[in-house]
Design a binder for this molecule. Structure first.
Ligand SMILES: [Zn+2]
Length: 277
């Protein structure tokens, strides 16, 4: 049980405490670039973490701040890309991708504006669970129109009541889901990228496009579900979602991670409205 002391409203976390939390957490994610790095680059992560921000009320069930990094492009016609990493806490290679992209974005004026949430489910990360501290699969908790009618029924019948896929007691019941929704509402992304493991595919919920060739991962549609981000964003809001299912092992060089950012740039540059059939 939680004591009374836990219930009082705490002041927002200080920038220094966010930076410390970020460095501590993200340094736990191996980067494929590590071995190529010069000594001076060890400050890169600290520089990135010093710029982390937290939106009001963006915190986990256990009150861990959910921080984000933003790099706005100065270029004309830039698009807005929102990245969610570690929506599932036990998929740590997702954290490595998030870390690599953050460090790369730090030093460039990107073609598009990026906002990256490197750890959306910090309690799951700590517990090494897919679900959050309430045992809810955040990626089944988005308030899709069919949530009330179908999410729990689907979980019982199709997912055989697998606790790893529990959609929660109600749509948007979880603070991590609500934080993601706040980012969507505030940042107004043109494309969302959600990083997962271990299915080794790229799945694009969006208009029909000829996907660019990518040797590291094949393109494959995984479908979408009541309460999933893909159904909420693309099927209900016509904002595309790229789900990246990484391998368990990191690549031996950062090349695939760089190529993925280029593929994302290509996908978001398409005239989606004209591609729709
Ligand atoms: Zn996942």
């Amino acid at each position: 049980m939680r004591g009374v002391a836990d219930e009082k409203v705490l002041p927002p976390p200080s920038a220094a405490s966010i930076k410390d939390l970020c460095v501590k957490t993200l340094s736990g994610f191996a980067s494929p670039a590590d071995k190529d790095k010069k000594k001076s680059d060890t400050h890169l992560l600290a520089d990135v973490c010093a710029q982390m921000q937290v939106m009001p009320d963006c915190e986990s069930v256990e009150k861990v701040p959910i921080y984000h990094f933003e790099k706005l492009s100065s270029k004309k016609n830039s698009q807005r890309i929102l990245v969610f990493s570690l929506i599932h806490g036990d998929e740590t290679p997702a954290g490595s991708v998030g870390r690599f992209w953050l460090e790369r974005l730090q030093g460039i004026d990107p073609r598009n504006s990026w906002r990256v949430i490197p750890v959306l489910n910090p309690d799951g990360l700590k517990r090494k669970t897919r679900t959050n501290a309430n045992g809810v699969d955040v990626n089944r908790n988005f308030p899709t129109k069919d949530w009330d009618a179908k999410a729990v029924e689907y979980w019982k019948k199709e997912a055989k009541s697998n606790p790893r896929r529990f959609p929660g007691p109600s749509a948007g019941s979880e603070p991590e889901t609500r934080c993601a929704l706040k980012h969507i509402e505030e940042f107004k992304p043109d494309l969302i990228v959600s990083i997962h493991t271990p299915l080794k595919v790229l799945d694009f919920d969006g208009p029909k496009v000829k996907p660019p060739k990518f040797e590291y991962l094949p393109w494959k549609s995984l479908g979408n579900y009541p309460g999933s981000l893909g159904r909420y964003m693309w099927f209900e809001r016509k904002k595309p979602v790229l789900t990246m299912e990484m391998k368990e092992d990191l690549p031996s060089s950062p090349k695939p991670f760089v190529e993925l950012q280029d593929i994302i740039g290509f996908l978001v540059s398409l005239e989606f409205g004209q591609e729709k059939k």
